[in-house]
Ligand binder design. Sequence first.
Ligand SMILES: NC(=O)c1ccc[n+]([C@@H]2O[C@H](COP(=O)([O-])OP(=O)(O)OC[C@H]3O[C@@H](n4cnc5c(N)ncnc54)[C@H](OP(=O)(O)O)[C@@H]3O)[C@@H](O)[C@H]2O)c1
Length: 333
Amino acid sequence: MNVSQFVLASRPVGLPTSDNFRLEKISLGELKENEVLLKSWYISVDPYMRGRMNSGKSYAAPFEVDQPINGAIVAKVVESKSKSFLPGDIVVGRFLWATYFTEKPENLRKIDIQNVPPGYYLGVLGMPGLTAYFGMMEICKPKKGETAVVSGAAGAVGIVAGQIAKIQGSRVIGIAGSDEKCKLLKEQFGFDETINYKTSKSIRKDLAILCPDGVDTYFDNVGGEITEAVAANLDFHARIALCGQISQYNNSKPYIGYSILPHLLTRSVLLQGFIVSNYSARFGEAYAQLTKWVVEGTLKYTETVIDGFDKLPEAFLGLFSGKNQGKMMIKTE
Ligand SMILES: NC(=O)c1ccc[n+]([C@@H]2O[C@H](COP(=O)([O-])OP(=O)(O)OC[C@H]3O[C@@H](n4cnc5c(N)ncnc54)[C@H](OP(=O)(O)O)[C@@H]3O)[C@@H](O)[C@H]2O)c1
């Protein structure tokens, strides 16, 4: 059987380009005992993959040049030589960026797509949702009457993080990169206020007006100047969940900004970096809560779905220019 797959063609310097990816045709052999043949359906692209394109050691192993890329995928079982799976079952897991692939049953998790769209398992009910849940509930700990700020607010993680702060009773300010995204956050996702960081003359001053009593919790997805502006507006005993630094991922040189540390010191702020896998022992609890919120309609979600397996590089690159609202993914058919 002939299949297509994407390999890492070269390591990027600075902003990646489509030249860093190569589409290859390969042949899949006969399915072996205790293996399952799968067809990719929805394939996730995520900012952390930028780090995996570098050679350096990080919390996720680097992709290897000339080897297939892998990531979160919702797939359909086509053929099964395992008792646990039948053709037609829908599964999620970490698989190769390939149109078809074979896997061992222990690497597959069956999902229910009766009540939620399949792509949700890559977003609100996948790694981004878990990240928002643990960053908010375990680090930010938003409370009733407080003010929460979320950067990267209209993305896969941010949209959930802001709504969780809202569910906990905080007033929520979202920072995002277009008027359209800001409108969406207020009208569809219940954010109280928003700032378009691309058109704001001073994010720091805008925040000071929107948060006269200071910022109590900050869920940081982006870092850089946006985080500096938030730091200048923190209240005493504020909590910061350091989730992502996407504004820095393509820097070839270290960013030397204004130091946020004096603000943290003088306002007794707690800042904690975290990786979602720190909480893997508690994923079950988070899935249950997120699923309940989604099914009962308390937590809303959105996706940007691009059609076509060959669009994977384009979808991934789009993350760095804000092409997505909610979770970015491709659909193969
Ligand atoms: N700690 C963890 O375990 C963990 C897990 C998942 C994700 N993360 C991190 O969380 C962050 C969000 O991830 P996600 O999957 O939800 O991605 P996402 O927000 O869905 O997509 C990326 C968004 O980042 C914004 N962006 C791109 N370049 C930017 C820049 N220079 N300055 C400010 N904003 C920029 C864009 O929105 P705009 O239009 O608003 O610019 C873009 O839509 C990323 O930093 C990611 O690495 C961390």
